[in-house]
Design a protein around this ligand. Structure first.
Ligand SMILES: C[S@@+](CC[C@H](N)C(=O)[O-])C[C@H]1O[C@@H](n2cnc3c(N)ncnc32)[C@H](O)[C@@H]1O
Length: 240
């Protein structure tokens, strides 16, 4: 059977989608305080330590800002394939001017650009890996491992699919209880909202499979360091 077309690039490079994304950002980020803070705390650096980290699929930089705020001597390289997201990010990131730079990189294709250093202290991905095919998730984890300094950490904050229908129904029930508009929105999506949703779930997979990919890449200290319903932070470090 033919696969439906992959709309990921068209969606993330659309001015209209980015405008909607930016308009909803404050509301979304208010609900993400805990994982944003934890992502920074999980990194094993002293508060005043100088290090560079890489944020893949960085978008407008919400995950990076959490880390830059926590570690005043850190520097971020934000990689994304969407000029529109990077343009919006340049504005959002202004409070950290001089401590970040954007790099264009399509994670689905690979072939890392020369302006990404070959070795960094930490790598994060946030809400972007679920847009990659399984094969690409697996190879990307290997490439991330290869770009980390010895002892460097990789953390991924991302949604996962439920292992069975009972779990899925439980996640949906709780989400819809906490946001009474969610069920109505799910049942009455506009065409473009449905396209965004289809893109959101297209390559989303269960957690266990992703932890296997980390193990296969060689990481140690692998754990699910945070989890709330479908959203998780997992990661591991490159051995010393
Ligand atoms: C849901 S947003 C998350 C943005 C940001 N990391 C955050 O936590 O708010 C997904 C981001 O992944 C980027 N992205 C999706 N597929 C990508 C790819 N193949 N290569 C690079 N970036 C990609 C999009 O352009 C977008 O900025």
């Amino acid at each position: 059977m033919d696969q439906p077309p992959d709309t990921n690039a068209a969606i993330w490079k659309s001015a209209e989608v980015i405008q909607n994304w930016a308009a909803e950002a404050d509301d979304r980020e208010r609900k993400r305080g805990e994982p944003r803070r934890l992502m920074a705390e999980l990194l094993p650096f002293d508060q005043s330590e100088k290090f560079t980290f890489l944020d893949l699929g960085a978008g407008t930089g919400a995950a990076s800002r959490g880390i830059l705020a926590q570690y005043p001597n850190s520097t971020a390289i934000l990689a994304d394939f969407s000029p529109q997201m990077m343009g919006a990010g340049e504005r959002e990131m202004q409070p950290f001017a001089g401590r970040f730079r954007y790099v264009e990189f399509d994670m689905a294709v690979g072939g890392w650009p020369d302006d990404i250093p070959t070795s960094v202290g930490a790598i994060i991905t946030s809400l972007s890996v679920h847009h990659l095919t399984d094969t690409r998730k697996q190879s990307l984890f290997g490439e991330i491992y290869g770009r980390l300094a010895a002892g460097g950490w990789y953390l991924n904050y991302d949604p996962v699919t439920a292992p069975d229908r009972i779990v899925e129904a439980t996640w949906q029930r709780v989400n819809e209880r906490e946001d009474p508009t969610a069920a109505h929105q799910r049942q009455h999506r506009s065409h473009s909202e449905q396209e965004r949703w289809d893109n959101h779930v297209r390559y989303m997979i269960p957690l266990a499979q992703q932890l296997d990919y980390l193990r296969a890449a060689g990481f140690e200290g692998i754990d699910v360091y945070w989890k709330r319903l479908e959203n998780v932070i997992y990661g591991g470090r490159r051995p010393n």
